[in-house]
Design a protein around this ligand. Structure first.
Ligand code: AMP
Ligand code: TRP
Length: 343
């Protein structure tokens, strides 16, 4: 691919401020954000508040959740000196480029999106138009910076493919090969898909009505231990090999979480606990989760006590982000033929 030649490698990702961050966000996304920050590419991480309002958000809760996600970013090790951290609505280029992409994307492409089908559910006619065009805004988030690499959990793969399709169609429609890079998803790592503690067929989600289904980054030690104790499992002991986890989604999920937290493989975990029941495995997992997450939740609480400092970090990040995005937006407007004559 000649993309690497023409576009500086750059990482972009986003997290919605639509509730408490979960262990799924941490293992599937934020831990990778931190690893990438320590690599060679420039890293930009965004709290995507405009995406959150595609479904109803209480205004005060939205502001609070935006600060919470930022505090979680910082508590997990993102450094505003090494990464650009900001919230989406403070950089107008996202919305401006999204409009152009709304005119590039085809209705048929949007209709195929499984996340829209899931989120709209039976109430399709009554869901917001924003929920439907959500992936065009996501493409704009990435391409406003000509970002080349996008770390996300497995659930975002289809949206990333759509972003590539939008970039390719724009480049083709406006006869500008390589104008936008085709962004690469970075999916993988130890836990690309953490499942609900109550139902091994559903992903762990901050919007699940049952709080017992997820571990929140702000849960205290007792809450974490209690949720793991109550996690759904089957009556069998742990198998000798990972193949033995097939058809046992809840057991496989807990083993996967243990492996990701311990920085080891599922194979190593089953080898260690082979033949043991959940009466042994769950307390061990609870201890591991508590030792990992309690320093993070303490740091989130400390940071949340000073909202002005969080707002300062976001404002500073937004200025740096806008400085990168504005020239790219101006070039895009010019390509499309939108006249700009204001000084
Ligand atoms: P969201 O909470 O939907 O804004 O997601 C933020 C990031 O976390 C995205 O990269 C998601 O793919 C990732 N993510 C969310 N839930 C999970 C999960 N249960 N397992 C792994 N990754 C997840
Ligand atoms: N749609 C993503 C999610 O729900 C969040 C997101 C918005 C995003 N814009 C993005 C992720 C750009 C990566 C890049 O998880």
């Amino acid at each position: 691919m000649n993309q690497a030649r023409t576009h500086t490698p750059r990482v972009f990702s986003g997290v919605q401020p639509s509730g408490q961050l979960t262990l799924g966000n941490y293992l599937g996304a934020i831990r990778r954000f931190v690893e990438l920050q320590d690599g060679a590419m420039e890293t930009i991480y965004c709290v995507v508040d405009l995406h959150a309002i595609t479904v109803w958000q209480d205004p005060a809760a939205l502001t609070d959740a935006t600060r919470q996600v930022t505090a979680a970013f910082l508590a997990c090790g993102l450094d505003p000196k090494r990464s650009i951290l900001f919230n989406q609505s403070q950089v107008p280029a996202h919305s401006e480029l999204a409009w152009i992409f709304n005119c590039v994307v085809r209705l048929g492409w949007l209709t195929r999106m499984t996340q829209f089908k899931e989120k709209a559910g039976k109430n399709r006619e009554n869901s917001s138009a924003g929920l439907y065009i959500y992936p065009a805004l996501m493409a704009a988030d990435i391409l406003a910076y000509r970002a080349t690499h996008v770390p996300v959990g497995e659930d975002q793969k289809q949206h990333l493919e759509l972003a590539r399709d939008i970039a390719a169609k724009f480049n083709n429609d406006f006869d500008a090969p390589d104008f936008f890079p085709l962004p690469e998803p970075l999916i993988g790592g130890p836990a690309p898909r953490v499942m609900s503690l109550r139902d091994g067929s559903k992903k762990m989600s901050k919007s699940d009505p049952s709080d017992l289904s997820r571990i929140n980054l702000t849960d205290d030690a007792d809450t974490i231990a209690n949720k793991i104790r109550k996690a759904r499992t089957d009556p069998e002991p742990l198998p000798e090999t990972v193949e033995g986890l097939e058809g046992r989604p809840e057991a496989a999920n807990l083993v996967g979480i243990y492996a990701a937290l311990a920085g080891t493989s599922a194979e190593a975990v089953v080898a260690e606990f082979a033949g043991q029941g959940f009466g042994v495995f769950k307390p061990a997992l609870a201890e591991l989760a508590v030792s990992h997450l309690t320093p993070i939740s303490a740091e989130i609480r400390r940071l949340m006590a000073d909202p002005a400092e969080i707002d300062r970090v976001l404002g500073d990040g937004a200025e740096r982000a806008a400085a990168l995005a504005e020239p790219i937006l101006a070039e895009t407007y010019a390509r499309v033929g939108l006249l700009r004559s204001r000084g």
